[in-house]
Design a protein. Structure first.
Length: 112
């Protein structure tokens, strides 16, 4: 199993967390921040990111705004109040998931 498969299930939580911390971000900025925070280990593709952003927007968790930057229109994403609640919930669930994985690996160590 490659690492990208492991990260795929966590992408929504990662994006929600970043937006909660940063306030608003545009797509490329999200990809670069994740790459930076993971020392290049996780590279989010546009093909994975934008469908997720659109889904979260349709669910009412994100709102968008546009801004002209250097003769280009840039679309920014920010959490709605419902998105902020979901972000907190997603972080708790992700932490619980990581704890369960740690428990599994501790059990494996105990068997040796």
């Amino acid at each position: 199993m490659n690492k990208s498969s492991l990260y795929k299930g966590c992408l929504e939580s990662i994006v929600l967390r970043l937006l909660k911390e940063q306030g608003r971000m545009y797509g490329y900025q999200i990809t670069q921040e994740v790459k930076h925070l993971t020392a290049g280990e996780l590279k989010i593709t546009e093909g994975a990111l934008y469908p997720l952003l659109h889904k979260l927007e349709e669910q009412g968790l994100l709102q968008t705004s546009t801004e002209k930057v250097e003769n280009r229109i840039r679309k920014y994403y920010a959490l709605t109040p419902a998105g902020k609640k979901e972000s907190s919930k997603a972080l708790v669930e992700l932490k619980q998931f990581v704890q369960q994985l740690e428990n599994i690996f501790k059990l494996q160590t105990a068997w040796k």
